[in-house]
Ligand binder design. Structure first.
Ligand SMILES: [Mg+2]
Length: 257
């Protein structure tokens, strides 16, 4: 049963922020490349980061490069590809090498997509994503295609997200990214707060909870490890703006001032 969760409390200067992007801060689009970032958002995140001594990381399924392009001029510490690549506060990037077999999986999925209009295979380099947002009736065949493509390779895992099945090296997730950030400045010694919307964010919620922090689910209520809930992206932006000592106003583009 889905429990009713309270709204998150007002922010504390001692928090460290871990923010998912799609479905949490920006609207999900028909394809990953079709999203739009409201102009005030990078400024709001910059301001929120400054209020917390730089302890703000974006934790996303997108690649680091993609995050940088979307959020420019804000270029925060970030975990891309669900934690497979991380950029720390000093700009150093760590990329995990994928286990063997990714090329075979990619080839098999590319073949499956050819036979199924509406499925979109996104190649993220170290990970793959099979999207069925444009053909929701293909969810089961997409799932079967991924399971078949993975075969018995223990090095990879399937991650079911919103209208997408992701393939990524096993054992790395948004939770491991949070734990890694929390060992280093400016995050260490702070209280982690993970904010996300998707099933893949549950790893981040659990890590934040276990580290004595807070977790906030954005959007549709569901069974979750999150402690708090915000109704939608607008509510999330408003809460973050208050935490940054400002107000969110997407219409005027003056959210950060
Ligand atoms: Mg999301």
């Amino acid at each position: 049963m889905t429990q009713t969760l309270p709204k998150p409390p007002d922010a504390d200067p001692a928090w460290a922020w871990f923010l998912d992007l799609d479905g949490t801060l920006i609207d999900i689009a028909p394809t990953p490349s079709a999203v739009t970032v409201p102009e005030p958002l990078p400024h709001l995140l910059t301001r929120l980061s400054q209020c917390h001594d730089g302890a703000l990381a974006v934790v996303s399924g997108r690649s680091l490069e993609n995050l940088r392009l979307l959020l420019t001029p804000f270029d925060p510490p970030a975990a891309g590809l669900h934690g497979l690549e991380c950029r720390d506060a000093s700009g150093g990037v760590v990329r995990l090498a994928p286990p063997p077999g990714l090329d075979d999986i990619r080839t098999r999925l590319a073949r499956a997509v050819e036979d199924a209009p509406g499925l979109l295979l996104e190649d993220k380099g170290l990970a793959l994503a099979l999207h069925f947002r444009q053909a929701p009736e293909r969810e089961e065949s997409a799932r079967r295609a991924v399971v078949a493509a993975l075969g018995d390779n223990p090095g990879f895992a399937m991650l079911a997200g919103k209208m997408v099945f992701e393939v990524k090296p096993a054992g790395v997730d948004k939770g491991s990214a949070v734990r890694s950030f929390m060992t280093k400045p400016p995050f260490s010694g702070r209280r982690p707060v993970f904010v996300g919307d998707d099933v893949t964010d549950e790893y981040g919620f659990r890590a934040a909870n276990e580290l004595g922090g807070l977790s906030v689910l954005v959007g549709q209520p569901r069974e979750t490890a999150a402690m708090f809930h915000l109704d939608d992206i607008e509510a999330c932006r408003g809460w973050l703006a208050r935490a940054a000592g400002t107000e969110w106003n997407a219409k005027t583009g003056e959210g950060a001032d």
